[in-house]
Design a protein around this ligand. Structure first.
Ligand code: SF4
Length: 648
């Protein structure tokens, strides 16, 4: 039985008078090239896709762009976008009683079937709460009715959605392309059957089919000391472990083909093609690398077709070849050379966000910069000392790095940026101070090779946050004081170096935001109270330093966790034992828990493990779980067509 649902009225007429009174009103207008507005009545399932940050950050998000196209390609599905609204407009909307709206047709988010929210960072959680509330929906999933959308979380942070378990209806683990269509099919059937059993039955279908993790169908028990005793399903048919979705053939899913062209300024404006998904380098700190295994390459021909079509459909002039380590694609040399040949002499610029520390990376960068400037190159040794790099399995020696930067300076590059982390497991002051020595050697090498003193090296240092589903999930996070102290010593060491210090730039943040990220990353359901308290105290846009308040998080956590026996330190700076039940143990990223534990022990023992793309499998568990294997070339194919595009 299909019931025609009448379209909700557009909110635009009520919004428009408010826009003249706010900053950057254009971000709320919609109407971008390639945006889609569908006839509401002709569709059966409707998604509001949200990235929980402002338009300038959310609009370029690749995950949202992919889902927007895939869903809208089906004539029975309507997908629109919604982003976080800045406080100036939000205040006016609340005064006027206007709810969270979509950009495409300015429809109220509350009228949709699904509010799908993609999280790449946990610092977006307060923005989720704000959007739910602004939409006029009950904050807690348990209080929602048939009139409310189901709220589904996706993205990397959804691999431990426990801290937001009270606010979401479900989480989709892993790749969203097929999963979002499966969710849509389930909703369509349920609606066509006349919505039997109401909202609860729909959630049961999502959970029992394995498409989504539905937190309310799992009970969490705690031990007297605060640790989790067990997590058990409370409904028949609900799986005790929920597995991630893995898209096995990227060539079958060449999205986005025609992404939206932003009307307002965004963090970047380029057409991005993901050249492969997954990473098996085995960097122990890297959650993205662990949870996206196995490696699945997109074929060179598909990449060529996507670039050509994407530029035509958008009019953009910058192409980004994305992935976790793009230079590791087995045919990346052919891809870059052929793209550079094709677009030589045009306005099209190519970029490959690779931070690999070897000479091959320089060759690629030289190819890609044929149409542009040779300004700066970025490398990511991540750890300052060789010992530290063995601990994190970043197999780069100091000599490797120096050889690589020498090749870069010899090719005409004049600036290098080096990424590091501070607060890594087993780290000492000496490991961090080694960053200064490394940077000095880089400057010295640059001066020698280039014959000029006009050489710069910027060291960019982030505080390390242990993440779920990595070998460091058991590790103690360094305190904010430790991070601040070590970075202060490093700054002094660089300043004291008269020969090189002025050529070395240092970028870093204080350690406090990392503690909040740590609380949210490895938190359990009890942390939901903290998030709610922070939001109620005015916390939003926590990824923005001008909005983030550590003091607010600390005060709210102290109050919300009082009497539970656990606190912020317990969640962050405490090392876990191997037998502790972790809040995400019932969520399966494909990795074998025993292997993760062994890798953690190897880390402490400074034992490295090779990339299984080029060496034998080391049994991380992903391939047998997925019934697959690492998929890499070479295919021997080429980009099509291989003709140069000249601008006349
Ligand atoms: S199962 Fe083996 S081959 Fe597959 S990703 Fe893990 S280590 Fe690599």
């Amino acid at each position: 039985m299909t019931v025609v649902e009448l379209a909700p009225a557009s909110l635009f007429d009520r919004l428009e008078p408010l826009l003249a009174r706010v900053n950057k009103p254009i971000q709320y207008i919609g109407g971008e090239v390639n945006s889609v507005v569908k006839d509401w009545e002709r569709t059966e399932v409707r998604w509001a896709l949200m990235y929980p940050d402002a338009y300038e950050v959310g609009q370029p998000n690749q995950g949202i762009a992919i889902l927007y196209e895939i869903l809208n390609e089906r004539d029975w599905i309507c997908a629109e976008r919604t982003f976080s609204i800045w406080p100036d407009l939000e205040a006016l909307m609340r005064e006027e009683g206007i709810g969270q709206f979509t950009l495409d047709a300015h429809r109220p988010v509350r009228a949709f079937d699904v509010l799908g929210v993609s999280f790449s960072t946990e610092l977006g959680y307060t923005n989720l709460l704000n959007a739910i509330d602004l939409a006029g929906m009950p904050l807690h999933a348990a209080d929602r009715t048939a009139a409310d959308p189901i709220v589904l979380a996706g993205g990397h942070a959804a691999f431990n959605p426990e801290p937001i378990a009270d606010f979401i209806d479900g989480a989709i683990l892993g790749d969203g392309e097929v999963a979002s269509l499966q969710v849509s099919e389930l909703i369509r059937s349920w609606k066509r059957e006349g919505r039997p059993g109401g909202r609860d039955e729909l959630l049961v279908r999502l959970a029992t089919s394995g498409v989504a993790y539905v937190p309310r169908f799992y009970d969490v028990g705690y031990l007297p000391d605060g640790r989790i005793a067990e997590v058990v399903p409370n409904r028949p048919g609900v799986p005790s472990r929920v597995h991630k979705h893995t898209l096995m053939d990227l060539d079958d899913w060449p999205y986005p083909k025609a992404p939206l062209v932003p009307v307002a300024e965004t963090v970047h404006e380029r057409y991005s093609v993901e050249v492969f998904r997954g990473c098996t380098r085995g960097c122990r700190f890297c959650q993205a690398g662990m949870i996206t295994r196995p490696v699945r390459e997109r074929g060179i021909t598909t990449i060529g077709t996507m670039v050509e079509g994407g530029l035509r459909a958008t009019g953009l002039e910058e192409v980004g070849l994305l992935s976790l380590s793009s230079a590791d694609h087995s045919e990346i040399a052919e891809i870059t050379t052929q793209l550079a040949d094709r677009y030589e002499g045009t306005n099209v610029s190519l970029s490959l966000p690779s931070t690999r520390v070897d000479a091959f990376n320089i060759d690629l960068a030289n190819e890609l910069s044929r149409n542009g400037r040779r300004s700066g190159l970025t490398f990511a040794p991540e750890g300052g000392s060789e010992r530290m790099r063995r601990v994190i399995n970043k197999m780069v020696t100091e000599d490797d790095l120096i050889r690589t930067v020498a090749a870069a300076f010899a090719s005409g590059w004049r600036q290098v940026k080096l990424y590091f982390m501070c607060g890594l497991p087993t780290e000492t002051d000496e490991d961090v101070l080694a960053i200064a020595d490394l940077a000095a050697r880089v400057i010295e090498t640059g001066r020698e090779v280039s014959g000029t003193r006009d050489i710069r090296c910027t060291v960019s240092i982030g505080g390390f946050v242990p993440k779920p589903h990595t070998p460091f999930q058991w590790a103690a996070q360094a305190s904010a004081e430790t991070i601040d102290d070590r970075l202060g010593k490093l700054r002094d060491r660089i300043r004291a170096d008269r020969r090189h210090g002025r050529a070395i730039g240092m970028r870093y943040h204080d350690g406090k935001p990392g503690i909040v990220e740590g609380l949210l990353s490895r938190g359990d359901r009890r942390v939901g109270r903290v998030i709610e308290a922070v939001w109620r105290a005015g916390g939003i846009f926590d990824g923005w330093s001008e909005h983030f308040s550590y003091e607010r998080w600390a005060a709210c956590a102290a109050e919300a966790l009082a009497g539970t026996g656990v606190d912020v330190d317990w969640y962050t700076t405490r090392e876990r034992d191997g037998d502790e039940v972790l809040p995400w143990d019932h969520l399966d990223a494909g990795l074998d828990r025993d292997w993760l534990w062994e890798d953690w022990q190897d880390s402490v023992g400074e034992v490295e493990v090779d990339d299984c793309r080029w060496t034998p499998c080391y049994d991380c568990g992903v391939c047998p779980t997925m019934g697959t294997e690492t998929q890499i070339g070479p295919t021997g194919q080429s980009l099509l067509p291989i003709v140069a595009v000249r601008q006349g």
